[in-house]
Each structure stands twice: as C-alpha cells, then as structure tokens.
Design a protein around this ligand. Structure first.
Ligand SMILES: [Zn+2]
Length: 302
C-alpha cells in the first residue's frame, strides 16, 4: 500500500524545536527513504490510483502543509540533493502576507513566559479543540483576548519562525521540477465551522490566488487540520466539484485498495519522531494496530 507523509515545519541542525523537524533528522529520513522506499510525486500517485494501476511496493509521497519559509530554507536543498519530489500545500492569504496562520499565533503566544495555563503543553490541545469549533471571527477574537491578557499584541507580520515562503521562492521550487504547490485554503479555517458557501469560497479563491501568484495550475487540495469532524461530506463533494483531482486529510493511515481520492490519509512526521518512530510509522505500525484493535473488538463482541 502506498503512503503519504505529512510534514509542517523544519529547523536548522542546532535548533531544538519539537514542532519542527531538524535538517539532521530530515537528512536521516530522506536517506532511509532512498534506501528502502520509492518516493514519487503526489501527481504520479493520484494518476495511478485514479486509473487503478498498481504502484510499486513501498511507494511514498511527501507533503508539507501551510507554506512556511522553513520548507524552502531547510527542506528544499535536501529535496534537490536527494532528487525527491514533494507537494507543498499553501495557505494563500499567508503567502500573500495578508495574515499569518492562526494556529501559529496560538503557538507563538504559548512560547511566552507569561502564557496562561491554557497554553501549557499538556493543555494546548484542549484549547485547539475548542478553537476549532468556533466560527473564524469568534476564534480570532478569542486568540486576541488571550494575547491582551498577556499584555501582548499579535504582530501583523509573523516572526521569522512562522514566516511564509515568498511567491518567488515557491516559483523557484516549482521550476526545479521537484515541487508541486497545492491549496490549503485562503485562511486555514476548520471547514466544519463554515457554511458551504464560505467553504466554496475558501476552495476556489485559494486556487485562483495561487494560480495567479505562480502561473501554474493547482490540482491538489489539503483540508486544514483534516481530522474526522473538521469537515463535512458536503465539503468533500465541493472539493471534487471545484475541480481538484485529490484531497488529503490528517487521519493516520496507508492508502488501501479503493481509497477515496478526496480523503486520502497520511502519516504525520513531527520533531518528536526519532529514526525508530519514523521507520515504524512508515511501516504502518498504527495502521496495523488499528486493524488489529478492530478485529479484536469484533471478536470480543461475538
Ligand atoms: Zn495546516
């Protein structure tokens, strides 16, 4: 079964940031992939899946979400060195420097000494769960009020760690023939918190903005957050109606026979993953564990 890996953020060799994969780790991971796997472009994978043509054993596609500059600075030189393709899903208003990604604003606030307890590492997931369910305006107001409570104002432009790629950096990566740019919406909303009219706008305007900025066609989409419950089935249909060829989610897994091309699962890689974790995730440890649990549960019921 093919797999799609999901990355977000990268950092230099001496930085220790658990949200980011360091160049030391990513080099090890790409070396491992080049020895044991066949890294293909998402376009190649989708073409094969949609025509039910078999893909080789141990096929992997690489994807990176959001469009932070760290992808260009730290990952792209390694993609070049290893001649490996990847797809970058970018938030169009972020690349246009109209705003930065709201989830990064929360993370940025959490890095401050004065951060309230709801931003503590063991509680921040609960906060995200709550924010994910809010309408975007309410969510933004809530984030602003957390900042005010810390006597901070969120800067208009993101600090360098959370800065976006520029259009020319994205174009340079596309021109290398290794990188495809896909859409990750205009403003990174949780689609389930929007009306269908609003999600249609996010799907179509982001593509128009990226196509205008790059001069290339955009055919792939990736759901923000992308867990079950973060989008509705009507919005999965919208992605197809809007003309995208595939859509990726965050549900962990491998791509089994007859997989829905508009809800393709991925395997996440974070700064927490060491070499063993990486090999284990890639080999589908979670996927088989889930299958085993399902069959054991069914057996227990009988
Ligand atoms: Zn994202």
């Amino acid at each position: 079964m093919p797999r799609i890996l999901m990355y977000h953020n990268f950092c230099g060799p001496t930085e220790t940031d658990t949200d980011a994969v360091s160049t030391v780790m990513i080099r090890r991971q790409l070396e491992y992939l080049s020895r044991h796997y066949h890294v293909v472009s998402l376009a190649y994978l989708i073409e094969h899946l949609s025509s039910s043509r078999p893909v080789g054993n141990r096929t992997v596609a690489l994807t990176i979400d959001d469009g932070r500059r760290s992808c260009y600075e730290f990952l792209f030189p390694l993609l070049r060195e290893f001649r490996m393709p990847a797809t970058f899903f970018v938030v169009s208003s972020f690349i246009r420097r109209e705003d930065w990604v709201w989830t990064d604003k929360v993370l940025w606030l959490s890095e401050h000494q004065s951060a309230p307890s709801e931003l503590a590492p063991h509680r921040i997931e609960d906060l995200f769960r709550m924010l994910n369910q809010m309408r975007p305006q309410v969510r933004n107001a809530r984030i602003e009020s957390v900042a005010r409570g810390m006597n901070l104002s969120i800067p208009k432009q993101p600090p360098s760690k959370y800065a976006p790629c520029s259009w020319s950096e994205l174009r340079e990566m596309v021109d290398s023939g290794l990188v495809e740019i896909g859409s990750h919406t205009v403003s990174h909303p949780i689609l389930a918190s929007l009306t269908d009219n609003e999600s249609w706008h996010e799907l179509t305007s982001s593509r128009a903005q990226i196509e205008e900025g790059l001069g290339t066609k955009v055919v792939s989409f990736c759901f923000p957050n992308g867990k079950p419950g973060d989008y509705r089935q009507s919005q999965v249909r919208q992605v197809k109606e809007a003309g995208y060829l595939s859509a990726l989610v965050t549900r962990s897994g491998m791509i089994g026979p007859g997989a829905d091309l508009y809800q393709l699962p991925r395997i996440g890689v974070s700064g927490h993953s060491d070499s063993l974790d990486f090999a284990k995730h890639l080999d589908g440890a979670e996927y088989y564990q889930e299958k085993l649990q399902t069959s054991l549960r069914a057996r227990a019921r009988n």
